[in-house]
Design a protein around this ligand. Structure first.
Ligand code: SF4
Length: 454
């Protein structure tokens, strides 16, 4: 059973290295906190949790670096743990600091021992392969990890290794993970496996934008872990998995934002749209209340919900008893966009100039959109009870959705009365999708379907 723990994540000073390609924290400058400030921070956290057994203290860099953490705070933290009945303290270190400051490590371990507290030294090994370590810019190699591990263990400390799945430059992810696991089995006492994720303002984020790295879904992550464990003969109980801990929407840094206006491939598979698509398909989980998906067209006005079409659709949908359970998802050249992201860049800052479309561009739009929809439907098909669509039947988005659904084997309930749609169009009406009769029919079809699932 997992021990009850308190995790303190603080910023104090700057990591002495700051260059690991996936790290969003290491390069950030921040004021070095005093011993009193850190003590206050830790005590506040500790007081909020009763019966905790483990206290984890992470400062993005090294607990043993005095430019980050005052030396006197080391024993202070042990005191706080001892006073509150916490039996284990975990601190993050760089192996070179352990080697350079062996005497101080021994002092700390002896002090902790006297107080009845165990100290684990967390080291972000990431991968037990010197070539990959060099490529991802780690500040040490496996040799230094082994040296540090020997010192820590010799004097009664524990080594906690962090390794990562889905690092760039790795061809065989499961094979590499198996190699790292076997290394850690020998040189560490506990192993945490992290899902690699590219946070904005990192080198890895740049690789993602360039299409040279992509995130994993939770299922893919777990499959790689299972495969690697099998190769090593280790069991799931031998490791701890962290998939969601670092994931976040791929927010493009403000300085890199531009207005994406135009048509053609550049505006279909723009890197900004692509990374968001990866995130929405692989990482993002629709809110748990949303049980039914409803695909809608995009709109020229942004955010979409401010457009005339969306205002009419939303106001009609809101009269549904189960409105809150309907997940509205827009189909656009920018991708497949759940309503909750409509205020995010780049979805607020693009115009697809439809009147400039050529036959070739339309073909590209259809193909890219169908593929994106296939991805979404494939990943999320078990997530929703029913998929609905309220799209112009003569639009490319409609064709892309229906073909994608067929290819993936998903049923999509079409909420547009085609006969009525055609009649209204033939009458020369504009904004046919917001005609009251068509909206009423949409709601009638949705209600009928929802009844079956009550
Ligand atoms: S991963 Fe650790 S060592 Fe690397 S830059 Fe970040 S804080 Fe520094």
């Amino acid at each position: 059973m997992k021990k009850k723990e308190i995790v303190v994540i603080t910023t104090s000073g700057k990591c002495s290295w700051g260059r690991c390609i996936f790290c969003p924290f290491g390069w950030k400058e921040s004021r070095k906190k005093s011993c009193e400030e850190l003590e206050k921070e830790v005590r506040e956290k500790v007081e909020r949790v009763s019966d905790a057994e483990v206290l984890k203290f992470f400062n993005s860099g090294s607990f043993l670096d005095e430019n980050q953490i005052p030396k006197e705070f080391r024993t202070k933290m042990i005191d706080i743990a001892a006073e509150t009945g916490i039996r284990e303290v975990v601190v993050e270190v760089l192996p070179q600091h352990v080697v350079m400051k062996e005497k101080e490590v021994v002092e700390l371990l002896n002090y902790a021992k006297e107080k009845g507290v165990e100290v684990s030294f967390a080291i972000g090994l990431e991968v037990a392969d010197d070539k990959i370590m060099a490529k991802i810019n780690k500040p040490f190699r496996t040799k230094e990890f082994v040296e540090a591990s020997k010192i820590i263990r010799k004097f009664g400390g524990r080594v906690r290794a962090y390794i990562m799945v889905n690092l760039p430059f790795v061809e065989d992810q499961a094979g590499m993970l198996a190699k790292s696991l076997l290394f850690c089995k020998e040189h560490a006492d506990s192993i945490a496996i992290l899902n690699t994720y590219a946070r904005p303002n990192t080198e890895l984020f740049r690789l993602w934008l360039e299409g040279r790295w992509h995130p994993l879904s939770k299922k893919e992550f777990e499959e790689i872990v299972r495969k690697a464990l099998k190769q090593t003969g280790m069991k799931m109980e031998d490791v701890e998995l962290y998939y969601y801990d670092y994931v976040c929407p791929p927010r493009i840094p403000k300085k890199d934002r531009v207005f994406l206006k135009g048509v053609g491939k550049e505006y279909l598979v723009h890197p900004y749209f692509n990374v968001w698509h990866d995130y929405i398909v692989k990482v993002y989980q629709p809110p748990s209340i949303k049980k039914y998906a409803l695909f809608l067209p995009c709109a020229y006005r942004k955010p979409y919900s401010k457009s005339k079409t969306h205002r009419a659709i939303i106001s009609r949908l809101m009269r549904l008893k189960d409105y809150a359970k309907i997940h509205q998802i827009m189909i656009s050249n920018a991708g497949v966009i759940p309503r909750e992201f409509e205020n995010e860049y780049p979805f607020t800052s693009y115009d697809w100039e439809e009147w400039r479309e050529t036959e070739e561009i339309q073909k590209e739009y259809y193909e890219v959109t169908r593929e994106r929809l296939e991805n979404y439907l494939r990943e999320k098909k078990k997530r929703y009870k029913v998929f609905f669509a309220y799209l112009k039947p003569d639009s490319l988005s409609y064709k892309a959705l229906m073909d994608a659904a067929k290819n993936v084997g998903v049923r999509v309930v079409d909420c547009v009365d085609h006969k009525l749609y055609k009649k209204l169009k033939d009458e020369g009406r504009k904004d046919v999708l917001i005609h009251q009769d068509l909206l009423d029919e949409m709601v009638r079809i949705i209600e009928k379907e929802l009844k079956k699932h009550e």
